[in-house]
Design a protein around this ligand. Structure first.
Ligand code: PCA
Length: 203
């Protein structure tokens, strides 16, 4: 049976919840021939990647789906690429805010997602869920985690493992005090992630 690892982040930047974890904590996908492992990840530059890579070593997943919040985006964003830079004015949850810091001096400049990004978009659109390819995961903790996981798989020659990153919008509960911000129902994000898992298993 295939193994899927899906991760979500702890809240950051003054939020009390993070939609990435809210959406995965109750995942329950009927009729799939795979075991799905969910993992909560601290919003910390270095700890996030160490934590996830430790679990990859233990679980040995076939598919890795990393999920994070991108408040302000209006669709489920399928990230195409991660770059070898940490650069942020917003500190992580321990106050770390690196400037132009290379993540791995012996890593490539960038890695592409190995998830089937175009099939994922097609399937989400078929289900009337707004989705788009994003060509930048930013230079904060999400990009750091995506880069570090793809870099680990590359250097470990685990080329058969499919991995990538999905950014999700705010959920409705988060925008009560942000009247002009876009938000989605958490159940719709959960459904989107179920579709992403199923599509990745088929590819
Ligand atoms: N989003 C942040 C980090 C944690 C999260 O959920 C990001 O986009 O980098």
């Amino acid at each position: 049976m295939k193994r899927v690892l899906i991760t979500g982040f702890e809240p950051f930047g003054g939020e009390t919840i993070n939609p990435s974890f809210e959406a995965i904590k109750n995942l329950d996908i009927p009729n799939i021939d795979a075991h799905v492992y969910t993992l909560l990840v601290p919003t910390l530059f270095d700890v996030s990647s160490k934590h996830v890579i430790e679990h990859i070593k233990k679980i040995n997943p076939n598919i890795i789906i990393l999920v994070g919040q991108a408040g302000g985006r209006k669709s489920i964003s399928i990230e195409r690429v991660a770059i070898n830079i940490d650069d942020s004015k917003t500190p992580d949850n321990q106050g770390v805010a690196p400037t132009d810091r290379v993540i791995n001096p012996s890593g490539l400049n960038a890695y592409f997602s190995s998830l089937p990004i175009k099939s994922i978009i097609q399937e989400l659109e078929k289900n009337e869920i707004p989705a788009s390819v994003s060509n930048s995961a930013g230079t904060y903790v999400c990009n750091h985690l995506m880069y570090s996981v793809l870099d680990y798989l590359y250097h470990s020659r685990l080329s058969k493992v499919k991995a990538g990153f999905i950014h999700v919008p705010y959920i409705d509960e988060q925008v009560i005090d942000k009247p002009n911000q876009f938000s989605m129902d958490v159940k719709l994000i959960t459904k989107a992630l179920e579709i992403i898992i199923k599509t990745s298993l088929k590819s």
